[in-house]
Design a protein around this ligand. Structure first.
Ligand SMILES: CC(C)(COP(=O)(O)OP(=O)(O)OC[C@H]1O[C@@H](n2cnc3c(N)ncnc32)[C@H](O)[C@@H]1OP(=O)(O)O)[C@@H](O)C(=O)NCCC(=O)NCCS
Length: 222
C-alpha cells in the first residue's frame, strides 16, 4: 500500500484486505507432475489438515526434520500444528502437495510484520525430494506473495543445505546470502525471479474459478 494514498482510499484498501483474510483461496489448487511422472495435487493448507500434517511430520527422516527445524523435533506441538494449518492467506500462507490424501510436501511464507518481506520455509518427504516439488512450492508461493505486496523472500538455512540453496538458486538469479556461523541468511526478490510462475514443470490449474488467469508476475518469467 502506498503512503501517498488518500486516507479514504487507504481505509478502503485496508477493508478489502481484511475481507480477503482467512478466506480459502480455491483458485490456488493445481495438479502437478513430478520429475518421475507422479501425479500430485497442490493446494493451500487449511485448518482441517492438522491430522495430515502430524502424519506427514512423523514420516520425515530425522535429517529432514533437523534441516527444517534446526533441532531434533520428532513431534509437532499442538501450538505448532495450529500455527502451520491456520493461516490468513494474506500475511501467512501455506501450500501442501498431496499424493492422494497424504501430504508429501509443505511450503509456507510468513510476512515479517509491517514489512514487504516474508520468510519462506519448506519440507518435502524424503522419497519425493529432488523431483521438483520444492521448486514448485516456491514458485506458487511467490505468485501469491506478489499479489499480497510482498517484495522479498528471506530464509535461514544451514550452510551445507545444498538442497534448499539449489531450489533458491534455480528460482532466482538474484539470491544474496550472508553467512552467520553455520547458517546462511538468504534473500531474493519475489518478482523478476527466473522461474516464478513457470508451468513448464507439468503443473496445470485444476479449473477452479479464476485458476486460468495469468499470474501477475508472469511477465517476469524468463
Ligand atoms: C530443501 C527441499 C525442500 C528441496 O525440495 P526438493 O523438492 O527436493 O527440491 P526440487 O526437486 O524442487 O529441486 C529444485 C532444484 O534445486 C536443486 N536441488 C535440489 N536438491 C538438491 C541437492 N540435494 N543438491 C543440489 N541441488 C539440489 C536442483 O538443481 C533442482 O533443480 P532441477 O529440478 O532443475 O534439477 C527438500 O530437499 C527438503 O525437504 N529438505 C529437508 C528440509 C529442508 O532442508 N528444508 C529447508 C529449511 S529452510
Amino acid at each position: 500500500m502506498s503512503d501517498d494514498q488518500h486516507p479514504k482510499a487507504r481505509e478502503a484498501t485496508a477493508l478489502r484486505d481484511d475481507a480477503r483474510r482467512w478466506v480459502y483461496p480455491a483458485d490456488q489448487e493445481f495438479e502437478l507432475v513430478t520429475g518421475t511422472g507422479a501425479h500430485l495435487r497442490m493446494r493451500p493448507i487449511r485448518p482441517a489438515d492438522a491430522r495430515r500434517l502430524v502424519d506427514f511430520h512423523a514420516k520425515l527422516s530425522s535429517r529432514s526434520v533437523y534441516r527444517r527445524y534446526f533441532s531434533f523435533h520428532p513431534v509437532l506441538s499442538d501450538e505448532e500444528v495450529a500455527h502451520l494449518t491456520q493461516v490468513d492467506y494474506v500475511d501467512r500462507f501455506g501450500f501442501v502437495v498431496l499424493d492422494d490424501d497424504r501430504f508429501v510436501g509443505v511450503g509456507r511464507y510468513d510476512r515479517i510484520p509491517e514489512t514487504d518481506e516474508a520468510e519462506v520455509a519448506f519440507v518435502v518427504l524424503d522419497d519425493f525430494q529432488q523431483q521438483g516439488i520444492g521448486l514448485s512450492l516456491l514458485e506458487h508461493l511467490a505468485i501469491v506473495a506478489a499479489r499480497q505486496g510482498i517484495v522479498t523472500f528471506t530464509a535461514e538455512t544451514q550452510a551445507d543445505n545444498r538442497g534448499m540453496m539449489g531450489v533458491f538458486e534455480v528460482f532466482s538469479d538474484h539470491v544474496s546470502a550472508r553467512y552467520e556461523d553455520e547458517f546462511i541468511l538468504v534473500s531474493f526478490p519475489v518478482v523478476g525471479s527466473s522461474r516464478s510462475g513457470d508451468q513448464s514443470r507439468g503443473e496445470q490449474p485444476r479449473g477452479a474459478p479464476g485458476s486460468g488467469e495469468t499470474p501477475p508476475v508472469g511477465g517476469a518469467l524468463c
